[in-house]
Design a protein around this ligand. Sequence first.
Ligand SMILES: Cc1cc2nc3c(=O)[nH]c(=O)nc-3n(C[C@H](O)[C@H](O)[C@H](O)COP(=O)(O)OP(=O)(O)OC[C@H]3O[C@@H](n4cnc5c(N)ncnc54)[C@H](O)[C@@H]3O)c2cc1C
Length: 437
Amino acid sequence: MTTKKVSVIGAGLAGCEASYQLAKRGIEVDLYDIKPTKFTPAHSNSNFAEIVCSNSLKSTDLNTASGLLKKELELFDSLILKTAYNCSVPAGNALAVDREKFAEEVTNTIKSFKNINFISKEVTSLPEGVVIVATGPLTTNDLSNHLKSILDSDTLYFYDASSPIIDFSTIDMTNAYVKDRYDKGSGDYINCPMTKEEYLTFYNELINAKRVELKDFEKKEIFEGCMPVEIMATRGEDSLRFGPLKPVGLDHPITKQKYYAVVQLRKEDNVNSLYNMVGFQTNLTFGEQKRVFSLIPALKNATFVKYGVMHRNTFINAPKLLRNTFQLKNNEKIFISGQLSGVEGYMESTMSGLISGINAYLYLNEKPLLNLSSKTMTGAIINYITTCEAKKFQPMNANFGIVSPLSERIKDDKLKKQKIVDRALEEVNNQIKSVGE
Ligand SMILES: Cc1cc2nc3c(=O)[nH]c(=O)nc-3n(C[C@H](O)[C@H](O)[C@H](O)COP(=O)(O)OP(=O)(O)OC[C@H]3O[C@@H](n4cnc5c(N)ncnc54)[C@H](O)[C@@H]3O)c2cc1C
C-alpha cells in the first residue's frame, strides 16, 4: 500500500492546524517552514504558530461571531484552540494567550507526531503531490512569484486596504436614506448626511485620532497604493467634501434637503445585511474607528462587523480561484489555506487550516469532502470568500452578517442568537460524525 502523504508549507496557525488534523488521522506530513534559518519581517520566534501582533484571539462568548467560530473549532478538535486555552492569560470574555508558551506548546505537540517530518527550508516552488500552502500574509517573494505563475498573475494581492463594514440592522435609517448620486443606479447606496456642525466635529476628531503604527516593511507599498481617509482629511477642512463625502447629487429624495457632507455606504455584493463605508480605507486603531465613525449621526449605534485595515497581506482572489473545500479550482491537489486563502484573523486562519487538513485527508481517502453551509460560522466564512464578487474581493472575518438568516422572524436578539448558535452546532456535529476521527 502506498503511503498517503501531504506537504504542508508554512508552520503558522493554519499550517500547524492542518498538520495536526492530518497526522492524527494517520497521514504522513512533510511540514516546511523558512524558520528558524530565516524569518519573514514580522516573525522572530523560532517556534511554530507564532502570534505576530495582538495576543488576543477575541471573545469566547457563544453569542458573538468569534465565540461561535471557537466553539465550532473546539468540536472539530482544533489543536490551536485547545493549546490557546492551555496557555491563556486573564482577559475577561476574550481568549488571550501567553504567546511564547503557546508557540512552544504547539511546536512540542507537532514534533511529538512521528508522522510529521519537519523541514526547515524556504519553499520557492510547490512540491509534487497533495500540498497545503499556508505561508500567510508575509509569504516570501520567491514563493509569491511561483504562485503567480501557477495562478492568474493578477489574482494574488500584497496588501489589504479595506473600509469598515457595518451591520445594516444597526444603521439609524431615520438619519439616512437610500439614493444613488443623481439617481443614476439601482438603489445600492445608503447615504448618511451631516450638517456643517456635525461634519466639523467629525472632521476634527478624525484628523486627531490615534493611528496604527505601520511596520517599516509596510509603509511604502501601502501608502503608495491607497490613501487613508484620515490622511486625505489632513489636506484641508474641505478635502473630504470634495472627495468621498461629496454631497452633490445626494439631496434628500423626499424633502429635497441639501447637506454639507454625505457619507455613502455600499452594499457588500451578495450579502444584503452588510454595508461598507465608501472611500473609508483607514489606518485608525479599531477603538478610534468605532469612536470617530460613530459621530456620523446615522452610525451612532452602528455595529462594525469588520474594521478598516491597511496592512501588508498576501492573499489570493478566492472567489475566482478557490473551491469551498480550499482546493484550487484548477488543481484539486493544491489547497490554499490560512490568511493566504482570503480569510482574515487568527481564528479564521486556524479554521481554514483545520478544514484544509481534514479535506486533504478525505481527498486522499477518496471520501466526500466537508461541505458546511452558511448556517455555521465556518461555512459562512468559506462560502463568503468563495462566492462573493471577485472584482471587489477583500478578506473576511467571522461575523453574523454572513450567516444565513433564520427561517422564522425572532425579535428577541438573545433568543435569535441562541437559535443561530444551536443550528450551527447541530450541523457541525453532524459533519464531524460523517468524517470520523
Ligand atoms: C503584522 C501583522 C499583524 C497581524 N495582527 C493580527 C492581529 O492582531 N489579530 C489577528 O487576528 N490577525 C492578525 N494578523 C493577520 C493573521 O491572522 C495572522 O497573520 C495569522 O498568523 C495568519 O495565519 P497563517 O497561518 O495564515 O500565517 P502565519 O501564522 O504567518 O504562518 C505562515 C508561516 O509560513 C512561513 N513562511 C512564509 N513564507 C514561507 C516560504 N516561502 N517557505 C516556507 N515557509 C514560509 C512563515 O515563517 C510562517 O511561520 C496580522 C498579520 C500581520 C502580517
